[in-house]
Design a protein around this ligand. Sequence first.
Ligand SMILES: [Zn+2]
Length: 380
Amino acid sequence: MNQIQKNKKKLLDYVSVVRKDSIFPPVVSHSSEFPGMGGYMLEDFYHVSVYGGIPDSNFLKLGEINAVVENTYLPSFCNDIFSCWLYHMNQGRTTDFQNVLSYNFKKYYAEQLYWRCSSNFSRAIFLETLLYEQDQMVPIVNELSKSVKTRSYSELSVSIATSLISLHELAHLYLNSENKLWASLNQEYGQIIAPMYDDVKSNYGDAFATEIRCDMFAILMSVKLLERDWDMADILNIIIYHSNSFGLFYSLGRSAKVTYDQNRKNWESEKVDFTSIDPYDSNDVYSIVPDKTMVLRSQLMISFCERIAQKSKAKIYDQNPQLPLSKQLLIQYVGVVDRMMEPKNPMARNMALLCARAFHDHPKGMDYLLLRSKKFNRRN
Ligand SMILES: [Zn+2]
């Protein structure tokens, strides 16, 4: 076994213990396996991919081993809603768009809630989303795979969503070292980095400014890595789209936490009488609230993209004829999140609640459904 293989095993053993919430086994790769990243990355650099739970990613130092642990859970949801948008833009249909979008948001919220506590309510909201996946997401994924153009935009979207997150984590390391790459980015983009950084620092303090600096690094690195093969305006529009999504999904994660705190007492003592045919009452309440810090971060990321576009004269938003993105649409997403819990079909909510009760004390069954729901584009 060579040193890289030994380090991979060490990382895998470690991450398997600390990231038990990953519903897929962690996957470890080395920087030498990343094509096109040469010169940008640390020589001995590892990437660990996990999926699930609280959607945080982090930089890990294990002895001499440097690794980015990336939770691909959030990027995968970002890509799903990007696919919804791409599909409906190409089909010219807008009526079902809000519906399918709202189900994606609801699924994220339901999973975040379920991982905090398996209650009748969290299970029911999750179960409500299962049919829609088969009914609405499968055709979208299948349709997008048929055209070279939409397939390549989907690939670009995946690449951007994951690189924004892993490069942000890498930036934390680079910012603390005399890094040549950061110096060269500063030289080229210093005029737009410095004023924004100073402004954030004076308004929100050092710690938040560092996060924004790492976001700026992640955006610039993504642009640098992709601009050889892709149109700058397309890259920036997708970064803007995903930045907006990050704020929304983090808000859903926060909403799940607030909802859990509100119901904690009831849920932890929840019981189901499996012999009863009496009607049952539910005292569950839910909250949909913004994660103000992440929303601010996503707004600043978008503003930074606008400055890059201005500097490079790239035509972004709906000025980009290939991949037109309306600012108005992004604003509407907040409304979709706010309304996502309104039952589209009250009978479906009642049925989901009944099934959720049947899963009380059967965690393996629910975990199985959740696992299967991750493969909705394949045949069950
Ligand atoms: Zn950070």
